[in-house]
Design a protein around this ligand. Structure first.
Ligand SMILES: [Zn+2]
Ligand SMILES: [Zn+2]
Length: 636
């Protein structure tokens, strides 16, 4: 059945369900959603649980939207809303999301925008047609989020066409009698970097992640293999999280002809754009240009479809995707695929943490069903036991104390996203409780902006942190000790200043970014300390320093290299990692509600992947394997 006939059939069934007083003006697929346009969405909402019944009967995600003609123009709507909402709500911004017929109202007191039992919301909707969504004004404004929103608004017509095309493709219907499921490992197997996996059935092709190799950015996943050529034969790209080893090459897919959807969570979308743009800029400055440019980042952004955790979504005729919390960084997800009608279930953990951290709850273990698991192995080696988060924090605080006492500076190279915020929260608490002396903590690189994005998505943080922010009025992200460094001159001031301080700077593995300048300036002085809190991949400068090299080659002006002497103290504090350690990896497999039949280990140095596969087999008697890049494994 073609998608046109299918829509016709769905329309008839929708009319059967909908009460006579509601006028349906149009029914369309938009991406994975079935959108029903009505003249009076409010009455639709009030007439019981039709939406739920429809969703259940049609097995589709249903969205009710007001007929675009019934919406007041944004300028006018803004004034009307300001009149309706009492001043004490302190509205700070509006954002009209035409795609969803929603107006996001940012206010210091969103409760007042809602009104008693939602009375104010209903009044707004009646007056302007848009459905209002009040959110708390984030304490730090994110330039990225603003840019992403404005960009999507500018391209809303084009995006509508894109979503319509994607929707029709998802609902094209199945063709083949054969049933099989296989995965081709295109990168990130027995290595960390360039993660990329192809999940394939006779009907569909889904690409999970498409990352760079952080140790060698010229090395891509094996995107030229026949399985995924032409690239437009891929139905969907799924991004587990925003780290560049998972999403850094998504734009290249668009450069070479892919025009399908990119599924991710909202924070992953914003962080991804931030990190990709930064990646292009940093690489360009260092004379090592990336294989794509900002135009391809924008093309990818046009094709993003955001999904919240736990929402089941059709992404192809026979595959449904659900994201679950992975506990690794903001918005990070375990991608669970339900294939066929109960035929097979396979989950990709992406990077995950099976321990509650300062920011996130531990990774999800309960899936409705699970036959196969593709699990990361970064710390899967038999000696990879990490101290607890508490011990790690105590050790870091001790190192900072010692360095500050001898008048030195502490340099902490971090990823902009994840470790930075974990370290910031630990430092803020230690200074607030006077465990260490208050010294300036400089944030350089994309750290400040990434932190702003964290404050915009409190629903993705764990409940303790939300509670601290909303009920105790303590927002650890905005301590006055945190100082943003956003220009070369400010950076020079920090370097020249003789007093002790802590510097968090990107990149986390010293393969570029502002951390390089700090390291060059601080390396010679033995009062200073460099502290590694994250994973250092083979081939990076970070790994060499960590191994104890006393002289390291560093890129210098004009593409040359020179040798820098390393006299500063070199420390590694394990336990801050956003990855599960060996114990947590094994505990995770034990904690799974349903024991999978097959487990593949990926995303780790060769021996880690092999050792984890062997440990899981010995402990749980599950078939395991550490596949090689370019291998294809058949699951069904
Ligand atoms: Zn990661
Ligand atoms: Zn990773």
């Amino acid at each position: 059945m073609s998608s046109k006939e299918y829509i016709k059939q769905l329309k008839e069934r929708i009319y059967e369900h909908v009460p006579k007083n509601i006028r349906v003006t149009n029914v369309e697929f938009e991406g994975p959603n079935l959108v029903i346009y009505v003249d009076n969405p409010q009455e639709f909402a009030e007439s019981g649980d039709i939406v739920r019944k429809l969703a259940k009967d049609l097995r589709k995600r249903i969205k009710i939207r007001p007929n675009p003609k019934s919406l007041k123009p944004p300028e006018e709507a803004r004034e009307i809303i300001k009149e309706i909402v009492p001043d004490e709500a302190q509205i700070t911004d509006f954002f009209f999301d035409e795609e969803n017929g929603e107006v996001i109202i940012e206010a210091e007191k969103p409760g007042i925008v809602i009104g008693k039992n939602g009375v104010t919301l209903r009044e707004i909707m009646k007056a302007v047609g848009w459905s209002p969504r009040p959110v708390r004004t984030p304490p730090i404004k994110s330039k990225t989020i603003e840019n992403v929103r404005n960009f999507l608004l500018t391209f809303k017509d084009e995006r509508k066409d894109i979503l319509k095309r994607i929707g029709e493709r998802i609902h094209r219907g199945t063709i083949y009698e054969d049933k099989w499921v296989r995965v081709t490992f295109l990168g990130g197997s027995r290595e960390v970097g360039r993660s990329c996996y192809l999940l394939q059935t006779p009907e569909s092709k889904v690409l999970i992640d498409c990352g760079v190799n952080v140790g060698n950015i010229q090395q891509s996943p094996y995107l030229y293999v026949p399985e995924i050529q032409p690239l437009d034969s891929i139905d969907a790209v799924v991004v587990t999280h925003a780290h560049l080893d998972h999403c850094g090459l998504v734009p290249i897919l668009f450069k070479y002809g892919y025009r399908g959807p990119v599924y991710l969570t909202s924070p992953t979308r914003d962080l991804m754009v931030l990190l990709q743009i930064d990646f292009i800029e940093v690489a360009g400055r260092e004379g090592n240009p990336t294989a794509y440019d900002s135009q391809h980042v924008r093309e990818a952004l046009k094709h993003t479809i955001t999904l919240d955790y736990g929402v089941v979504t059709d992404i192809s005729p026979d595959i449904r995707l659900t994201f679950y919390n992975a506990g690794h960084i903001l918005g990070s997800a375990i991608a669970h695929f339900h294939i066929g009608e109960g035929l097979y279930n396979i989950a990709f953990t992406g990077d995950f943490k099976f321990e509650k951290t300062r920011l996130f709850d531990r990774a999800q273990t309960h899936f409705p069903r699970l036959e196969a698991l593709i699990i990361e192995s970064t710390y899967g080696g038999h000696e990879d036991f990490q101290p607890s988060r508490k011990e790690a924090e105590e050790r870091l605080i001790e190192i900072i104390k010692k360095t500050v006492e001898r008048g030195g500076k502490v340099l902490i190279p971090t990823f902009a996203v994840g470790r930075s915020q974990e370290v910031m929260i630990a430092l803020e608490e230690a200074m607030r409780n006077k465990v260490i002396e208050e010294v300036p903590v400089y944030l350089d690189g994309m750290i400040y902006e990434a932190t702003a994005i964290h404050t915009a998505y409190p629903e993705y943080l764990n409940s303790d942190l939300r509670d601290l922010i909303f009920h105790h009025g303590i927002n650890p992200f905005i301590s006055e000790n945190f100082i943003r460094v956003d220009s070369p001159s400010k950076r020079q001031d920090v370097i020249d200043d003789a007093t002790p301080s802590v510097i968090l700077a990107t990149s986390g593995m010293l393969n570029g970014g502002p951390v390089m300048e700090y390291f060059r300036a601080f390396a010679g002085d033995e009062r200073n300390t460099i502290v590694f809190v994250g994973y250092q991949a083979e081939g990076t400068l970070g790994r060499r320093i960590q191994k104890g090299w006393r002289e390291v080659p560093m890129p210098s002006e004009g593409g040359k290299r020179d040798v820098v002497e390393v006299n500063l103290e070199v420390e590694t504090v394990d336990g801050f990692s956003g990855h599960s350690d060996r114990r947590q990896l094994l505990n995770y497999v034990r904690a799974l509600k349903q024991k999978p039949e097959k487990i593949m280990t990926i995303h780790g140095d060769e021996n880690k992947c092999i050792e984890l596969a062997s440990a899981i087999y010995k402990t749980y008697r599950v078939e395991t394997r550490a596949p090689l890049n370019l291998e294809t494994v058949r699951f069904l």
